[in-house]
Ligand binder design. Structure first.
Ligand code: AMP
Length: 307
């Protein structure tokens, strides 16, 4: 069994009301891969970087048992670069720059050792590449989770819809759910999106938690009320990595186990936002994670007697 994570491995430049970074390592697969590695030691990344990407970060992936055989390094080319600026509410942001660089003609390679993939996370990147990865796996994984963002809805909506058709779980934020469905009500949006193919939909609402829908049920996980949110970049990817990581560890893809996975994903995301980039995830311990899960349990536990 392995958990294959596809997505960008990138450089980001981030500006929040609390500070600004130069180019730091980010990318959807970076956050999702590190997050998933807290749940299983069988995480394998598919991505591409240029020769400007630091070897130290690749060494760090290895130190967490993350397999990088599917991470291509293109000599003489530059890594994907994204820059964004957060508004005061920290829930909304403007993309200032997206430079595809190596991503522009990325042809994903799946080493033979990745063919044991049972859990596939199609993290945020070109929808056609997400499809190619599915095509190149000889057996359909037990579970395919897909994450995406508004950028791809603007530049590749048709490809995106084709990809969405083939996945089991889609995770997007509230603004993206509205954009994809043309519905303002998230309940109506969920109905329309589930009709596009996925059996389960997660709508992430930043500091307001996340909703989990299937055809008949809905479940809500809060976000932990944090005193300081320092940098929300990567929270969505970290959430997705924790969500599928937990499902892979427990090997149970029932809706009731997805509820638990939603809490684990939310807990991982709550750490991600505490520092710039992936810094907080890199210092995280299992004990801190378990303590935070307990905070989530306490946050929503109440007794009501109905007469
Ligand atoms: P999130 O905050 O979870 O939406 O993820 C932010 C991460 O996504 C950053 O580290 C970026 O490098 C990466 N990213 C930004 N734009 C894109 C894009 N269009 N495709 C793939 N990854 C992106």
């Amino acid at each position: 069994m392995s958990l294959v994570v596809v997505g960008t491995v990138a450089f980001d430049a981030i500006e929040t009301p609390f500070g600004k970074t130069d180019k730091i390592v980010g990318g959807a697969a970076t956050y999702a891969g590190i997050s998933a590695s807290f749940f299983t030691d069988k995480v394998k990344i598919v991505s591409v970087v240029g020769d400007d990407f630091p070897q130290a970060k690749i060494d760090y992936f290895h130190s967490r048992n993350i397999d990088t055989a599917g991470l291509q390094i293109k000599q003489g080319e530059k890594s994907f670069f994204w820059s964004g600026k957060y508004h005061m509410d920290m829930n909304t942001r403007d993309t200032l720059d997206t430079q595809l660089n190596v991503l522009a003609d990325f042809d994903p390679v799946l080493p033979d050792s990745y063919q044991d993939c049972e859990f596939l996370l199609l993290g945020n990147l070109t929808p056609m590449v997400q499809q190619q990865v599915m095509n190149r796996l000889h057996n359909r994984p037990k579970l395919v989770v897909m994450d995406t963002m508004n950028f791809w809805m603007s530049v590749a909506m048709d490809d995106l819809k084709e990809t969405i058709k083939r996945v089991d779980v889609l995770t997007i934020n509230d603004e993206e759910a509205r954009m994809l469905s043309n519905e303002y009500s998230l309940v109506k949006a969920a109905k329309k999106i589930l009709a596009m193919g996925p059996k389960v939909l997660v709508i992430k609402k930043g500091e307001h938690g996340a909703l989990l829908f299937n055809e008949h049920e809905v479940f809500y996980a809060p976000a932990l009320p944090l005193e300081d949110v320092f940098d929300p970049t990567g929270a969505g990817d970290t959430f997705a990595g924790g969500f599928i990581g937990y499902l892979a560890r427990t090997r149970d893809i029932s809706f009731s186990n997805m509820k638990r996975a939603l809490i684990y994903g939310s807990a991982m995301a709550s750490f991600c936002v505490e520092k710039f980039g992936s810094e907080r995830l890199e210092s995280l311990t299992h004990e801190e994670l378990e303590n935070r899960i307990q905070l989530f349990v306490d946050l929503v536990q109440f007794d009501i007697t109905l007469d």
